[in-house]
Design a protein around this ligand. Structure first.
Ligand code: OXD
Ligand code: MN
Length: 606
């Protein structure tokens, strides 16, 4: 039975049903009873595998088709009437053509299936930040994941009232045919259509599709921002709290930073990190002239491989109940899950992510095809499982940002941390971000590519306009957060990571926040911005070996703080090429000015 009298919702559901012809329509009310019944049904059909109830209560394993394991950037389209509005780095399709194409594909595809109607909210229902979406889907997996990742239920429909607007999302699994897979966004119609996939990033429409692509477009028009950023809070020994948002490309450590456990001597002094979000931030200007941020999600869709009690204990703990694992390995000895990096010992009896027995003797960590879990295997875990979830997680106003951090995977050139000279220069630094590709999207991994503000795959409009929107936002904030860039991934000449990363990133966070206070710690002005004096980064009690031959010391720190002007001159030249040849137009003058300054700075002796 329909759960609303909102005619727009009823029309959308009726139109979707007329197109896809489901046998049955089920409205998701978000009740425990309904969710439990759906889990049982999915276990019965084999869509989910129930895991060990005493070790992993209420946890399940799901396997996708082998052709459907990551976001598909080349099949993800922004369908604006005017091609230029989607911009040069988005795939574009004429909206009429896109509606026709996907309608043809989805037509009748739910015959013999059930269509679920999921009312959900991104953000705390009833808060100024919140926006409501309705996703119709023929996948129980999607219902159950959306139920973790967003706030689902009848209260979302109640919040819409009789004629409130919402983001329309149609997901049809169809035959999961990779050649007919399309993830279409119609920002001008508040609509998303996804066909022939069942992988999270393509089908949990509240996440990348709505909370980033559609929301970034809404944000541009309404004067706010939707960003690919984690949000964390640092509590000081005296109880003071400061908040930071950080943008890193997919699978570059946002979840790890968001849930960081500080080194012991920080904990002993009383420092604490709390996680507000690990992937998406919606940011508005507050009445106090600061930027305030919320995490619109309600769970974590985290990358499993590499997650262990040392790298991210909080994430691991978050997966201990009520979690859906996707494409990890099944340890058949005790019906738990395993992935590369979870433990040093390899489990004796495992089914790999494709459903075949895994031969641990053939495992070679450099050869992905021998892995038990897919490199982009995931956990979908409720946020309130997280031991360090922030008490502000459900705040209706969000949290005030002291700093914004950009970062990527860069083996060389980019120092461990540096600060922009001002807001516009910070926007320039974000626009210049590049990073090595990861398994989160299909295609080659480890390839250096431009990924401005970590939003290359997620900005729902022209990247030049997106930069201009950042510059405009800077004019609205009287007390803007300071902007920084970090790089945890600097390598020595033998390819070893020089910086320990993980919990030790606290040492860099501390410096960043010391630069944000009333009496900022001193810094060295360089061609690219402000770099720490090595002695101002706390490396006490740091026991890290870069290699068998070398332990980390102050000299190692100096090495990764160094700014090589020759390399930066090349970087600037390359960036100029990217601006001119790839983005081509609509780049605000402020960024050209920053580029000019960088080029000049690299020529001078400072
Ligand atoms: C994600 C991604 O899943 O960025 O968060 O791919
Ligand atoms: Mn992400």
């Amino acid at each position: 039975m329909a759960l609303t009298k909102n005619q727009k919702v009823l029309d959308f559901v009726a139109r979707s049903a007329e197109l896809t012809q489901p046998d049955k329509i089920v409205w998701i009310d978000g009740s425990t009873k309904q969710i439990k019944a759906l889990k049982e049904e999915a276990v019965k059909s084999g869509e989910l595998i129930k895991l060990n109830e005493s070790l992993l209560p209420d946890c399940y394993l799901h396997r996708t088709k082998v052709n459907d394991v990551a976001r598909v950037e080349d099949r993800t389209f922004i369908c604006t009437k005017n091609k230029d509005d989607a911009g040069p780095i988005n795939y574009w399709m004429d909206p009429r053509e896109a509606y026709e194409l996907t309608s043809e594909i989805a037509r009748g595809s739910m015959k013999g299936r059930t269509m679920y109607v999921i009312p959900y909210s991104m953000g705390v229902v009833g808060s100024d930040f919140a926006k409501i979406g309705i996703e119709v889907t023929d996948s129980i997996y999607v219902v159950l994941n959306m139920n973790i990742m967003t706030r689902v239920g009848k209260n979302c429909l109640d919040a819409l009232g009789k004629d409130g607007d919402f983001i329309k999302g149609l997901h049809a699994k169809c035959d999961v045919d990779a050649d007919k897979r399309y993830i279409m966004h119609f920002p001008e119609d508040n609509t998303i259509i996804s066909v022939n996939s069942a992988y999270g990033g393509n089908v949990l429409l509240g996440k990348k599709c709505f909370a980033l692509r559609i929301a970034s477009y809404l944000g541009k028009n309404e004067g706010w921002m939707a960003e690919h950023m984690l949000i964390l809070g640092v509590t000081y020994p005296d109880g003071e709290k400061k908040y930071v948002a950080a943008a890193f490309p997919s699978a570059c450590g946002k979840t790890n930073l968001a849930m960081l456990i500080p080194p012991k001597h920080y904990l002993d002094k009383g420092y604490k990190i709390e996680c507000v979000g690990d992937d998406i931030a919606w940011i508005r200007v507050g009445a106090d002239g600061r930027l305030w941020a919320v995490n619109p999600e309600n769970g974590f869709f985290g990358v499993a491989p590499g997650t262990n009690e040392h790298s991210n204990l909080n994430a691991l703990e978050s997966t201990k109940r009520g979690t859906i694992f996707t494409n990890v390995a099944l340890n058949t000895d005790n019906m738990t899950v395993w992935w590369e990096g979870l433990s040093k010992e390899l489990p004796a009896n495992c089914i790999d992510w494709t459903g075949k027995p895994w031969n641990k003797d053939k495992f070679d960590k450099k050869d992905k095809s021998t892995c038990a879990a897919h490199p982009n295997s995931r956990f979908t875990a409720p946020a309130d499982n997280c031991p360090c979830i922030s008490p502000d997680f459900n705040s209706k106003t969000g949290v005030p940002l002291s700093a914004i951090i950009f970062g990527g995977r860069r083996a060389s050139t980019t120092p461990l941390v540096y600060q922009s000279r001002d807001w516009n220069h910070g926007v320039f630094i974000g626009s210049a971000m590049s990073s090595e590709t990861t398994a989160a999207a299909t295609g080659a991994t480890g390839v250096l590519r431009h990924d401005p503000m970590a939003m290359k795959p997620f900005a729902g409009y022209h990247m030049g306009d997106y930069f201009a929107h950042w510059i405009e936002m800077g004019k609205k904030v009287t007390n803007p957060p300071k902007i920084f860039n970090v790089n945890w991934f600097r390598q020595d000449k033998d390819g070893n990571f020089v910086w320990p990363g993980f919990g030790d990133n606290m040492r860099v966070l501390e410096w960043i926040l010391k630069r944000c206070g009333e009496n900022p710690v001193d810094a060295v002005e360089t061609a690219i911005g402000y770099v720490p004096k090595a002695e101002d980064i706390d490396i006490s009690e740091l026991d890290y070996s870069i290699s068998d031959k070398k332990k980390f010391d102050i000299e190692s720190l100096k090495e990764i703080l160094a700014v090589d002007k020759e390399k930066w001159a090349k970087e600037a030249e390359e960036l100029e090429g990217y601006y001119n040849d790839t983005i081509k137009s609509r780049i605000p003058q402020e960024l050209w000015d920053c580029l000019e300054t960088l080029k000049n700075n690299c020529k001078t002796s400072k």
